[in-house]
Each structure stands twice: as C-alpha cells, then as structure tokens.
Design a protein around this ligand. Sequence first.
Ligand code: UD1
Ligand code: CA
Length: 475
Amino acid sequence: MPNEIRLNPLSEQPLDILVLAAGLGTRMKSGKAKVLHQLAGRPLITHVCRTARALEPRKIHVIVGYQAEQVESAVLETLERDLVSFSKQEQQLGTGDAVMAARQALAGSPATVMILSGDVPLIRAETLRLLLNNHRQYGGACTVLSVRLENPTGYGRMVRDEQGRFLRIVEQKDATPEEKQIREINSGIYCFDTRKLFAALELVKPQNQQGEYYLTDVAQILVAGGEQVNVFLHTDPREVSGINTRADLAEFENLLRRNAVRQLMLDGGVTFIDPSRTYVSPEAEIGRDTIIYPDVQIEGQTIIGEDCELRSGTRITDSRIGHHVKIKDHCLIVDSDIESHCAVGPFAHLRMNAFLAEGSAVGNFVEVKKSRLGRRSKAMHLTYLGDATVGEKTNIGAGTVTCNYDGRQKHQTVIEDNVKIGSDTMLVAPVKVGHGSVTGAGSVVTKDVPPDTLVAGVPAVIRKRFTERNDDGER
Ligand code: UD1
Ligand code: CA
C-alpha cells in the first residue's frame, strides 16, 4: 500500500512575515537606529527584508518606531511597496509590545506568521524554509528556532524539563545562576499561528527586570494553555547571531568579507594577494584569473570580468568591468561601465555613468563624469570630462577641461572620432569638435569646430583646414 500523504491543514495557510525594527539599540551607543547601521554596504534591515522576500510571503510587516521614516525608506530600497506594510510602535516597551503594534494588520486571519528580528542579518532563507516546514509538519501554536552556543551570554535561554520538553524562555537579565548555564538559546525567530499568538500576547505582563513586554513570554503562556510549542534546533549558530554592539557589527563584516573572498578564490578562480586586506561585497561577481591587490574595496552589485588586474587603494562601487582591464593604484569608480581591454588610473575618478568603450584609457588624475569615451580613445593626464561624448581613436591632451557648468546649467561637449585635443584646452560647453580636428595647446574653444580643422588661441580661431587623409581616416 502506498504511503498516504496527508497535508497538515496549516500547510495551506498563507504566510505573513513580521520584522521587528522599532528599537534604538542602546548597546550600539549611537544616535542612529541599530537597523540603519550598515553591514556589507547596506543597512542591516535590508538584509533581513531580502531574506524575508525569498520566502514569498503574502505580506512583510515591518514594525518601526525609532527613526521610523528612515527605517521605512531603507526597507523600501529593497522591497516593493505593495509587499510591505508598516506598523508603528509608539514607545519601545519590548518585543511583545512591538508585535502588538501589528495587531490591526494581522490578527483575525487564519495565517502563519513568521517573526524575524531586524538585527539578525545573516539568517538564510533556506533555514527559514526548514523552520516553516517544521512548523507546518508538527502543527503547533508556535515553533521557536533555537541554537546551542559556546557563549550564550546576552541571549534568552531555552528552559526544558527533565524529559527535555520545552517549558519557557528566560531572558539573561531574569535568569537564575543555574539558568544562565543553559547553552541553548532563543534565536528570536519564530513561527506562530497568528490568532493564538495575539490571544497569548494579551496576557503578557511587563513583570521582569527590564519592565518590558517580552514576546518570549508568549511561549510559556501557550504551554500553560495546553497549546503545543515546538523547538527547531538549528546547527549553525553564526546564522542566528544578533548584532547588539559595534563589536558584533565589525565581527559580522569580517565574516561576510572572509566568506565572499574565500568563495571567489575556491570557486571563482580569483587571486587575492592578501585576502585579509581586501573587501568584497557578497553581491559582487568577479571572473577567473583576475588578480586583486591588497586594500581594494569592491562594493555593491559590481561585476568584474576575467583576467583583470586591480591595484592597491582602489574602490569600485556598483560598476561593471569587462575582461583584461587594468585598474592601477588609487582609483574611485562608482556607477560606471568599463569595457574590455581598458586601462584606468593611477588616481582616476569615474562616476555617474561614466562609460569607457573597449580599449580606451584614462590615466593620472582624470575625472570622468556622465561621459562616454569611445573605442581606443585616451585621456591620460589631469583631465576633467563632464557631460561629454568622445568618439573613437581620439586623444585628449594633458590638462584638458570640459567647462560644462555656466553657474546655472550643465552643458554637453561632443568630440568626434580621430580628434587631437591639445594640452590645456578649455572646451566651453555646449560645444562640438568635428572629426579629424586638432586644438592647439592652451586653446579656449568657445565655438563649434568643423571637421578636419586646426583651431588655436584664446578664444580659439581656425588656423588651417586639413585635406589629405590615409586609408584609416587619419592624417
Ligand atoms: C531578544 C529575545 C531573546 C533572544 C534574542 C535573540 C525578547 C524579550 N528577547 O532579545 O530571547 O535570545 O532576541 O537575538 O524578545 N524591538 C522593537 N521594539 C521594542 C524592542 C525591540 O521593535 O520595544 C526590536 C529591536 O529593534 C530588534 C528586535 O526587536 O530588532 C530584538 O530586540 P532586542 O532588544 O535586540 O532583543 P534582545 O535583547 O536581543
Ligand atoms: Ca538583539
């Protein structure tokens, strides 16, 4: 006889997720809400929200309070507006009170609610899925995710009877010396039957050392009411560690960085000259045989191709870099695109959608903003290219400046193919230099330059028209 498969009725219940993020986080010693502190380049709260979204819940309810507006906008950076609902906890009276703030939005519906903490950023979606399956399989009123820690200090302890059955959670500050010996801790992550959760929350009293409404008391109240409370003991303690202090934050940052670098070395074939001195965002992608020198930072959703070389002191944020690109020392590259076979730096600054087409190069102290440099074009020294479009095989001489701002508005500069801009040329935008033209050293170009023309002087005037060209279109 085939095994009969019976779905627990709970498995058909919709899933809501509730994220607690109203607290200040006193132990951070900060004027800024704890969940707004950055980990791996983005606020703590966004890490949890992304993981929550991976479970495809019906809704993600975020409890906000301290600096509510800033927390809300951080959440909306990662979650679609119609997936989120915010509830405000007016006074931070404890985790139980925080959940109560969402009563209007949640209570009454036959749903499962999963509770997450905004300050537990490393929890993986896979683990949460296991917890949810476990909750649905055993069908209790509550399932608590617990772990065993070498050092359980600071966490709520899981108290069990002699038979190992769960009794209650006791907070560090309320624990007896014997209870403090317990190494199994409450991760602060749970699944609840929504209606039973809110019924039990009504009975929570702030009778403890901190005078707070503890969410953790709900477990004991449910047990006393004859409800089933299950414990899901997880094996990876690091995943459920909470961030409470800046020391915790630094430790997590390090952990994330080490993991990202290790994975890139072992699975990605990337060389790090000194892995301990390189920062790589967990979202970055790097191609094989790329070599990264010490003190390089790769942030956000950056993609780097194969066989590139990134020299010391460089920071790259949210940018895309092709194959065989050399980035020399001390470059800052933000929101930009660099195609294959380009060379950048030393001391170059690319920002706001700077685009370097294949085989082009920018060198020492060159800033490129909202500008496009065509294939095999070069700007090697002390140059500012802002709001400019440069064609192919054009050379921009040392000290060239696109004067793009008239004090009120930004204007465009267009430089076509095969142009030679002489050293120290000022291009007063809006202005266009036609293909094959040349500007003399020190020119101040205030009017459009026709193709194949030499201009020079202050202001630049036409000195010569070129006629002969070779097959490559060069003179
Ligand atoms: C909590 C648990 C503890 C568990 C630990 C795991 C309680 C009483 N204790 O303790 O058993 O081991 O998490 O990390 O729940 N928050 C609010 N409003 C409040 C208070 C807190 O929204 O009034 C939010 C915080 O912003 C934070 C989360 O709830 O994101 C947890 O609060 P926190 O004060 O850090 O609780 P812990 O002392 O760590
Ligand atoms: Ca905490």
